[in-house]
Design a protein around this ligand. Structure first.
Ligand code: NDP
Ligand code: MG
Length: 385
């Protein structure tokens, strides 16, 4: 029996994870779940899974009380819960959205708990700290992001990365992959949220349209697999069947394939090193006919280009700033306050304000994140005037 806690159980990743767990009640025990504000769904999850704890990190309150579940409030209670129950938790699924996932991930790793990592922002902003912390405490990080799950599955874990020549991440290219560059300034919120292949939360869907998501994933891959930026590459692959590839120095390339369904990497991360027969649809060879791959146009995907520059600079002050400004700009775009192309403008302006530095302490990382957020808000206010 594996005892797990889910941070962000009401999100796209969290609900898919619970759907898998539901089929395997004899293998998984849910110790805690957490949401931010979606208390209606949280309440349903409490009834179905009877976790020992349910945490609400936002301002909503649940009126009901539950026989088997204690309800806790606030991010500090969530952090204390992870710390205090560390001996009883085998795995934390870190699936909150954005920088809000950083402290739960860090606390789990610090407490020696293995982490199934969906929250890529934890690695983008604090990659070195997270990896060092995991090494010291003996925690493993098992990626949930489909590309990183693919790479994890293709890497030869016994022999390390000595023989890796190149790791190629695939990208869907988002809804605008075939849209001409000169019409990119006219895109609407609805068009942006219509992802052609994946159904995900709104924030990552916008990140996918700007390809900032792929930039973040390069940073994530760099830290998770300890690879220099020149060993990482990206190809747009609209069919989303090949989830990433690892090329070795002897000319051999391993790829992981599957239908675009996040339950595949989620189930792998939950059950690793075993695999679950959760009812996945099998991939048949005819689906491989006509697979295509092409390089992203950085003139069109300007946010992706910014992330490439940050990756090359290799200083996490810039990684924190790009993540924070992206979160604020995406939120403003989704609220209808700025245009799609302004997402780039905001992030570009924020990045100019920060010196490239290595920031290793969690307190300084949080302070810089807050600073970059407020700079992004100022820039947005000026844009709107
Ligand atoms: P969603 O927006 O669907 O869900 C986010 C979850 O986080 C919800 O449970 C939400 O609670 C909770 N949450 C929101 N704000 C906070 C906060 N301030 N503090 C604590 N919890 C909060 O996101 P996704 O599931 O799409 O993404 C989750 C993570 O997984 C992201 O880092 C994303 O990049 C990554 N990922 C997602 C993929 C996908 O297919 N969705 C694919 C690969 C990676 P509430 O419901 O109450 O708002
Ligand atoms: Mg991904």
């Amino acid at each position: 029996m594996k005892t797990i806690g889910i941070v962000g159980s009401t999100g796209s990743i969290g609900t898919q994870a619970l759907n898998i767990v539901k089929k395997y009640k004899d293998r998984f025990k849910i110790l805690f779940i957490s949401c931010h504000n979606n208390i209606l769904l949280l309440e349903k999850q409490i009834f179905t899974f009877e976790p020992e704890y349910a945490v609400i990190t936002g301002s909503n309150r649940l009126d009901s009380t539950f026989k088997k579940t204690k309800v806790l409030y606030g991010i500090n209670e969530l952090i204390n819960l992870i710390k205090n129950e560390a001996n009883r938790i085998d795995l934390v699924l870190s699936a909150a959205i954005g920088f809000a996932g950083v402290m739960p991930t860090y606390t789990a790793l610090l407490s020696g708990i293995d982490v199934a990592l969906a929250n890529k922002e934890s690695i983008v902003t604090a990659g070195s700290l997270m990896i060092d912390t995991a090494h010291k405490s003996g925690s493993s990080i098992i990626p949930v992001d489909s590309e990183h799950s693919a790479i994890y599955q293709c890497l030869d874990k016994k022999k390390g990365d000595n023989f890796v020549q190149k790791v190629i991440l695939t990208a869907s290219g988002g809804p605008f992959r075939f849209r001409p560059l000169d019409s990119m300034d006219l895109v609407s919120i609805n068009e942006t949220l219509k992802h052609p292949s994946w159904r995900m939360g709104n924030k990552i869907t916008v990140d996918s349209a700007t390809m900032m998501n792929k930039g973040f994933e390069l940073i994530e891959a760099k830290f998770l697999f300890g690879l220099p930026s020149d060993k990482l590459d990206v190809y747009i692959h609209p069919q989303c069947i090949v989830h990433s590839m690892v090329s070795y120095i002897d000319g051999s390339t391993l790829a992981q394939l599957g239908l675009p369904d996040m339950r595949i990497p989620i189930s792998y991360a939950l059950s690793y090193p075993e695999r679950l027969d959760w009812g996945a649809k099998a991939l048949t060879p005819d689906l491989l006919n006509g697979l295509t791959f092409f390089k992203p146009d950085t003139a069109k995907y300007k946010c992706f280009k910014l992330a490439l520059d940050v990756l090359k600079a290799n200083k996490n002050s810039l990684m924190i700033a790009i993540n924070a400004s992206n979160e604020i700009a995406v939120e403003s775009f989704l609220n209808g306050d700025i245009d799609f192309i302004d997402i780039y403008t905001v992030i570009d302006k924020v990045l100019e304000l920060f010196d490239p530095k290595d920031i290793m302490s969690i307190d300084e990382i949080i302070a810089l994140d807050e600073n970059a957020r407020s700079e992004a808000k100022n820039i947005i206010n000026n844009l709107r005037r």
